[in-house]
Design a protein around this ligand. Structure first.
Ligand SMILES: Nc1ncnc2c1ncn2[C@@H]1O[C@H](COP(=O)(O)OP(=O)(O)OP(=O)(O)O)[C@@H](O)[C@H]1O
Ligand SMILES: O=C(O)C[C@@H](O)[C@H](O)C(=O)CO
Length: 332
């Protein structure tokens, strides 16, 4: 039986292992502060062993967004690959516990384990990610059932999967299936370095298939190789109907539907910035899927991001529907 989803995400399925540390530890271990570095298995084992008071939690950028939107009440599905190992089964069960359909069962056999990211959180809340990509980045068109893509009102793609050709092909087909079913596909740009590696393909996908783009300042600027954010926003808006740029504690800029506006945030020092952009997207897309205007969508996004940066971990711990109700952003 086919089912209509308000939101379908496709992304890396990653278990996050999070621990707090000071910056001298990052230097000592050769960890780049504030970025995502891909690492091999040996390094993953060394970093894992070095972590004090580890917290293990399901992560993955778009997966975090889908879990957050599911917790807000959207009917949602996530497409990603885990191995049929302890980590993978933990991951799939956690998505389902959040009310999200985890479309593909854990994959048995093969060599590649489920993916994990060792995340170190500094005293200023900045997170430094060290990701061992196992089976997750092998996602291809075979993992994306056209019936699911074609039944998505909104689809959210994760830029990181652009690193492999089969991921690019899967995105192109999924976006076309989504549009053919009357849905709106869009992308989380994920990372400026990923844009650097695949700029022409990113721009082509955005221009030809996508209805919206969500990214932070560095990601949006990287699309057009400029340091001028206004220039980058204007150029992105010229090829895509809706552009949403998060600017950490400096607010959010939205360009779309013939308007451009900024929505401020109350600047804080995050406890843990992990998942800030992901939960902003969860709130924003919840607003979009439920027909709210763009300014309210951004305010809901900011409320979701504010919650997630107030604690360790990339997914909400509070009942976000009550938080939104108290903020006057949700009735009933
Ligand atoms: N210092 C801060 N003070 C208040 N809100 C913040 C702060 N940092 C982030 N946020 C909230 O989180 C949202 C996303 O943050 P940001 O622009 O840093 O995205 P990001 O780089 O994708 O985040 P991350 O990669 O850490 O998940 C912001 O739009 C804002 O709502
Ligand atoms: O970008 C972040 O702040 C974190 C996430 O996107 C996420 O949990 C992740 O990609 C690592 O698994």
């Amino acid at each position: 039986m086919t089912k209509t989803y308000q939101l379908v995400g496709i992304g890396n399925a990653v278990v996050d292992v999070i621990s707090q540390c000071d910056d001298s530890f990052l230097d000592h271990m050769g960890i780049g502060k504030g970025i995502m570095q891909l690492i091999e298995r040996d390094r993953a084992e060394v970093l894992y062993a070095s972590m004090k008071d580890r917290v293990q939690t399901p992560g993955g950028s778009v997966a975090n967004t889908i879990a957050g939107a599911g917790a807000l009440g959207l009917s949602a599905a996530f497409i990603g690959r885990v191995h049929d190992d302890a980590l993978g089964r933990f991951y799939a069960a956690a998505m389902q516990d959040d009310g999200v359909d985890f479309v593909n069962a854990p994959v048995p056999g093969g060599e590649l384990p489920s993916s994990r990211s060792m995340i170190f959180v500094s005293p200023d809340g900045e997170r430094s990610m060290n990701t061992y990509l196992g089976i997750s980045s092998e996602l291809s068109s075979d993992d994306v059932p056209p019936a699911v893509a074609g039944q998505a009102q909104i689809m959210f793609l994760e830029g990181y999967l652009f690193d492999k050709d089969k991921g690019k092909t899967a995105f192109l087909e999924a976006a076309r299936d989504c549009r053919a079913g009357g849905g709106k596909p869009g992308i989380a740009i994920s990372d400026p370095f990923c844009v650097e590696r695949h700029r022409a393909d990113f721009l082509r996908l955005i221009e030809t298939e996508l209805e919206y783009v969500i990214g932070n300042e560095d990601e949006i600027k990287s699309l057009f190789e400029t340091d001028d954010l206004e220039d980058a926003l204007a150029k992105t808006a010229a090829i895509c109907p809706l552009v949403v740029c998060t600017r950490s504690g400096d607010g959010v800029t939205v360009v779309g539907a013939g308007e451009r506006f900024d929505v401020p945030v109350t600047k804080v020092v995050p406890v843990d910035a992990t998942g800030a952009g992901d939960q902003f997207a969860a709130g924003f897309l919840f607003g979009l899927a439920t027909g709210r205007d763009l300014e309210v969508c951004a305010r809901i996004g900011n409320a979701c991001a504010a919650e997630v940066i107030s604690h360790i971990g990339p997914r909400p711990q509070a009942d976000m529907r009550s938080v939104l109700r108290s903020a006057g952003l949700l009735d009933g």
